[in-house]
Design a protein around this ligand. Structure first.
Ligand SMILES: *Cc1c(COP(=O)(O)O)cnc(C)c1O
Length: 409
């Protein structure tokens, strides 16, 4: 998509609006599969929580992807989008046994991440195959908010608890068909990932009836110029070789699974906003836009750096701006950022707005969530309507409480 296409979308659908370029999603999917082409059985399960619009899920289905889900609602979205239950894996954390049982009834692959639920589930349903989420305790990436494999993490069953885990499996006679890790977003170093994989291989040897090993995700995509990006080609080369060797040792051809979210959809997304006001203060120039952390919270939540361009004036002289939202709280998208000269009414474009952007949006300040548009083969398709006032109040109940005014003394 070029600037002209983006401006056309903003004109047609208004702002703020999320735009997703299907071509980029498809090429990322193909890039990852071809990096692992030497593995006979490869499975990509797209992580729904990154971007859960049904049209995106249908696109993933058409590519041959499965789904990684974290709630029964995501499972239902997947089924609604046409996925077969057996092509969905459910990897929740901290949910009730009841929800896990409900999902298992649908025929979805269950992935269990704590010993308490494993024991209860195994005792009640020894014949339903489960995958086990191991925590290898490896720090992948620097930010502790998005690294979930370390020692204090709430995710997974510690690899140090293997003896207890094995005892539960033996006592309940349950069927373990997969083993899983997800060390968190942003793998900076392939060697770290390979190191964690060795821990997983070692754990895998303890189970006799495995069908797959799931290496989770955490592929890093560049957010700004100079950012490191996971070299999936190199990872593919090294891990494929090691995986195939492991299958020989194990004595069976296993499926190698990944659960990429960000890698598949982040760069495909653009978030377009309108500049409401340019405000010069004593210390900076603010560009105030018709959005805020109600629509895009990642910069404030994780400090993530989304590149911002002025697509209305791409060739203008560059100046320094603080780009802020219209929420009545501090909602700074970027400070001291070089952007080509901004005038009121210009459209700014946030890059890398495909993953964890719209799905984290809210109605804070009683604002509507934005529209979403899918750009496919040169055409814009509306895939989520902008909300209206009715959406804001549809679940509110007028309780008809009698608030008769009290007399003031
Ligand atoms: C969120 C999540 C993913 C996707 O992570 P990305 O960094 O977006 O690729 C994969 N697996 C599990 C279990 C997750 O919770």
């Amino acid at each position: 998509m070029n600037n002209r296409d983006l401006l056309q979308v903003a004109q047609e659908f208004g702002s703020p609006v999320y735009v997703y370029d299907s071509e980029k999603i498809i090429s990322q999917y193909q890039r990852l599969t071809s990096a692992f082409k030497k593995v006979p059985k490869l499975r990509l399960n797209y992580a729904v929580k990154a971007l859960s619009n049904l049209n995106i899920l249908k696109l993933m289905n058409s590519l041959g992807s499965g789904l990684d889900t974290v709630s029964i609602q995501e499972v239902k979205l997947g089924i609604l989008a046409g996925f077969k239950p057996e092509d969905i894996i459910y990897t929740p954390n901290g949910v009730s046994l009841q929800e896990i049982e409900e999902v298992a009834q649908l025929g979805v692959q269950i992935n269990i991440d704590n010993l308490s639920v494993l024991e209860q589930f195994g005792a009640k349903h020894p014949h339903i195959p489960v995958c086990i989420r191991i925590n290898p305790h490896v720090m992948a990436g620097g930010n502790s908010n998005i690294s979930v494999g370390h020692i204090d993490s709430k995710f997974g069953i510690s690899v140090h608890q293997m003896p207890h885990l094995l005892r539960i499996v033996e006592n309940t006679n349950m069927l373990v068909n997969g083993i899983h890790m997800h060390t968190g977003s942003d793998i900076l170093d392939i060697e770290v990932f390979l190191y964690a994989s060795e821990i997983l291989f070692k754990a895998a040897k303890q189970f006799k009836s495995l069908e797959f090993i799931d290496f989770g995700s955490g592929f890093k995509v560049p957010y700004k110029e100079g950012d490191i990006e996971t070299n999936v080609e190199e990872l593919g080369k090294k891990l494929s070789k090691r995986f195939n060797e492991f299958c020989e040792e194990y004595g069976r051809e296993l499926t190698l699974a990944f659960e990429p979210g960000k890698f598949l959809v982040s760069e495909a997304g653009h978030f377009l906003v309108n500049v409401n006001v340019v405000k010069q203060t004593t210390s900076t120039v603010f560009a105030g836009v018709d959005s805020g952390f109600n629509h895009l919270i990642r910069p404030m939540l994780y400090g993530s750096n989304h590149e911002i361009t002025n697509i209305s004036n791409p060739k203008g002289r560059e100046r320094f701006y603080s780009v802020v939202g219209y929420i009545c709280e501090t909602d700074t998208f970027a400070s001291n950022r070089r952007i080509s000269e901004i005038s009121e009414g210009d459209i700014l474009c946030f890059k890398n707005a495909g993953a964890y952007c719209f799905t984290m949006s809210s109605n804070y300040n009683s604002r509507y969530r934005p529209a979403e548009v899918l750009w496919h083969e040169g055409k814009a398709h509306l895939i989520q309507k902008r909300e209206t006032f009715d959406d804001l109040i549809k679940n509110q109940v007028d309780a008809q409480v009698n608030f008769s005014s009290k007399e003031l003394v």
